[in-house]
Each structure stands twice: as C-alpha cells, then as structure tokens.
Design a binder for this molecule. Structure first.
Ligand code: KIV
Length: 289
C-alpha cells in the first residue's frame, strides 16, 4: 500500500483540506485482482466526516461514505430513511478530507431502484456534489441492468450482495445469509450478474464463509468482505464499530479500540473540572498584555 507520505494534521478546523496529491484510481483498484488472484488485499473503511477521512485516508485504499451513517451519525433505526442530500453532504466532507483513497458514496434507498435513468440521475448528482469517484448500490441480478447503464455512462459502481441492509424489511432482520442451498445459489447468481454488468468491486456482507470463498472465486472483480471471509479480496468495516463506539456490535466486528470509554472518561473529567471551577486554567485564558 502506498503509505509513503505523511498527512498534514495541522490544518485549521475551518479548512481541513489536505494538500492535493494523486489519488488511487478505480482502474488501479480493479487491477489488484488479475486471473483470480489478489496479492494486495483492498483495505476499506467507512468515513462520514472530513476529519475522520483525514485520519483514515493514508491507511485505506477505499473510503466508503456508507448509508450506515443513518444509524451511526443520525441515530435512525435503519438505513431506509437516509436521503440523497445526507449522502451528498457527508460525501463532500470525506472527499475534502482525503487525497489518497478512492472515495465511494452509497446510493440511498429509493434513489436508484426504479429505473436505470433514476439511478443515473442520482449517481451523477452524487459525483457532481461530492467529487467522489464511485457509487455503491445494493442488490444483485435485479440491479445488473442499472449497473451496466451507469458504468457505460462513466460512473464506476461497487455492488453489494448477501445481507443488504436496505432490504431489511424484506429480509426480516440482519442475520447471516446463504445458509440454505437455494439462498446460496441466488447470491452466487447476484454476484456473477453484477460482475458481468461491470461492477469494479462487490461488497459481500454477512454470508457464511464457504459461500464468500466461492463468490470470490466465481467473480473476476475484487470482493470486499464484511462478515464474510479473510479469503475475500478486501475487507470493510464500519469505522465506529471497529473503534468501539458502540456497546453492541455484530459478531463479525473486531474492536481495535475502546473509543467510547475514552470519550466518556474525558467528558467525566471535563465535567468535574467545570463543576470545580478548575477549567479553564491559566493556560486556557487570555489576559491583558
Ligand atoms: O453502509 C455501509 O456502511 C456499508 C458497509 C457496511 C459495507 O454498506
């Protein structure tokens, strides 16, 4: 991975845009998998804000502005109520905060399913408003025509199969998929249809491991697993999950930090100092010259 640069973290809060440099590109990422082999797995994390993007950018190949921001940022019960405007605002912030990774923005529920033309209108809006390089949409064979329509018109697409959270009302929950033979067969059909339609990568979410391995072998483009398998061509997690922001996380999440405890402890200290009139101290107050 090209991490041979250091990020400028001294930029002011008002203008956190780092110095520009050449980003990774979609064709370069797609080319990571050749003849069924991916020597360098694709590293992907979600990002929703400029500062978060600044911190993640140098470590990631792909930053996903996921519609999981509905739950993570807005406290919504699912990703279903997320709007195109929310995605555009957060997408623009993430593009401003990054200069290395490819930024992909999720197309929210209701913005693409109706027709390829509706999808093009929504996706082109996201590209124009944010500067992102790609979009991601959920659904398999039923979305293949739409994926081909977008790709042929200059919009790179990441597919998303298996557990597709926007379909929670049809699926009846967020449990793993592909345990029955019929379901596994359908998911293989979904992934191969997206691959043939020109998706440059496919997120495989919440499927049993043998199916994730079979899917990775079945498609030419890279697969990016979440709750899938280490044998996928890359991995993605929701950043707040892996940072330990939430008490309850799915089984497939590994917590690399306990950021909730760190935040809570800092807020507790701050509250105690305010109540004791110990903050602000001499270092934090201005005096006449
Ligand atoms: O919305 C999201 O964050 C996602 C990832 C979990 C793949 O789709």
């Amino acid at each position: 991975m090209s991490t041979t640069f250091t990020i400028d973290t001294s930029t002011s809060r008002a203008n956190p845009t780092p110095a520009p440099m050449r980003r990774l590109t979609v064709p370069k990422l797609r080319a990571r998998k050749a003849d069924g082999v991916t020597r360098e797995p694709i590293v992907m994390l979600t990002a929703y804000t400029a500062r978060q993007a600044q911190l993640l950018d140098q470590h990631c190949d792909l930053l996903l502005v996921g519609d999981s921001l509905g739950q993570v940022i807005y406290g919504l019960p699912s990703s279903v109520p997320v709007t195109l405007e929310m995605m555009a605002n957060h997408g623009a912030a993430v593009v401003r905060g990054s200069y290395h990774a490819v930024v992909a923005v999720d197309m929210p529920f209701g913005s693409y399913e109706q027709s390829p033309a509706q999808a093009f209108e929504s996706a082109s809006y996201l590209l124009k408003q944010t500067g992102c390089a790609a979009v991601k949409l959920e659904g398999g064979a039923a979305m293949a025509e739409t994926v081909a329509f977008l790709v042929q018109r200059g919009i790179p697409v990441i597919g998303h199969v298996g557990l597709t959270p926007q379909a929670v009302n049809v699926l009846g929950g967020y449990g793993p998929r592909g345990r029955s033979e019929a379901e596994a067969e359908k998911i293989v059909g979904d992934a191969t249809a997206l691959d043939a339609a020109g998706a440059f990568a496919i997120v495989i979410e919440g499927v049993v491991e043998p199916l994730a391995i079979a899917l990775t072998k079945a498609v030419a483009c890279p697969t990016i697993g979440i709750g899938a398998s280490a044998q996928c061509d890359g991995q993605v997690l929701v950043t707040e999950d892996m940072l330990g922001m939430f008490e309850r996380v799915p089984r497939f999440v590994k917590r690399y930090e306990d950021i909730a405890a760190t935040i809570s402890a800092a807020a507790e200290k701050y509250a105690a100092e305010v109540r004791a009139r110990a903050f602000p101290g001499a270092d934090q107050t201005y005096q006449p010259e």
